[in-house]
Design a protein around this ligand. Sequence first.
Ligand code: SF4
Ligand code: SF4
Length: 102
Amino acid sequence: MAAIDIIKRRLKEDRVSDVPEEIGEKKKRPREVAFMDMNLCFPCGKCPEFCPVQCIEYLAPNTLPGRGVQPVQDRFQECIGCYICVEVCSLLTDYDPIRMYE
Ligand code: SF4
Ligand code: SF4
């Protein structure tokens, strides 16, 4: 049995929509989108792993001089406002760098 089927069965309801045949531009704008405070992001590198649309990336080297590993920032035009990065960051770090803006 595929992993997705096991998760669906455990949830006892189909909360995961079927994947569309074609993936295009998002049709509905999210109520809020995420922004990361570059000065507060450590960065632990966890939220990019969990973002469902993979719109979080590390800043280019030397964007913030004096920082070795650069912090992360999202491409907010692609953010779907799912709050997963907020939850991941608050669960795994003490830095609280992610804010959701309308
Ligand atoms: S709110 Fe969701 S889609 Fe937007 S950056 Fe965070 S994890 Fe990605
Ligand atoms: S989870 Fe938080 S601290 Fe870690 S990379 Fe993402 S924004 Fe930065």
